[in-house]
Design a protein around this ligand. Sequence first.
Ligand code: FE
Length: 216
Amino acid sequence: MKNSPGLAQAGEAGNPQPQVNLSRDPAARVAALEALLIAKGYVDPQAVDAIIETYRDEVGPRYGARVVARAWTEPDFRQWLLRDGTAAIASMGYTGRQGEHMTVLENTPEVHNVVVCTLCSCYPWAVLGLPPVWYKSPAYRSRVVIDPRAVLAEFGTRLPADTRIKVWDSTAEMRYLVLPMQPQASLGLDARALEDWVPRNAMIGTAVAAAPGVAA
Ligand code: FE
């Protein structure tokens, strides 16, 4: 078999082994891995593209905003969502990859929740689409657990000093969705209008809910 970039033939009969000095260019490493998986018949490149396009273009963070807006306007749904996030979210039709086990974290004046995946980039695709680049960055993943208040400030999110910040580490088994506090100025709006008050980052915890056009 022909060598793929970043991989060397070594060891037993044709089994590619990783080189010690892998390229530091992530694009080259991804291309090498992709080439190997396609060559071995493990993945169909068109199927991978279709999955990426679905979560990037169709899901996005809009589904999550609908969940939040409904929780703000329907107390019974809110209770269900906090008790069994997976079932409540699935009842709205938002299920699938990386959304099988959902826990919803309620922000209050006392506690603000923020989500990370320290190991890699686990993220609730079913309600938020694909993760933003910063969510996958080593800087965010390492720093938010050490000094979450400073990291939130860099996002422009300054919380009262007496609000406790809880950091939740996503895994392959558990994904989190933050239920932000509803802004006072939005009280009385219907669920459809409220969706626009829920920016993606508010559902990760690096922002708070805000009037449309105000939040990042
Ligand atoms: Fe991960």
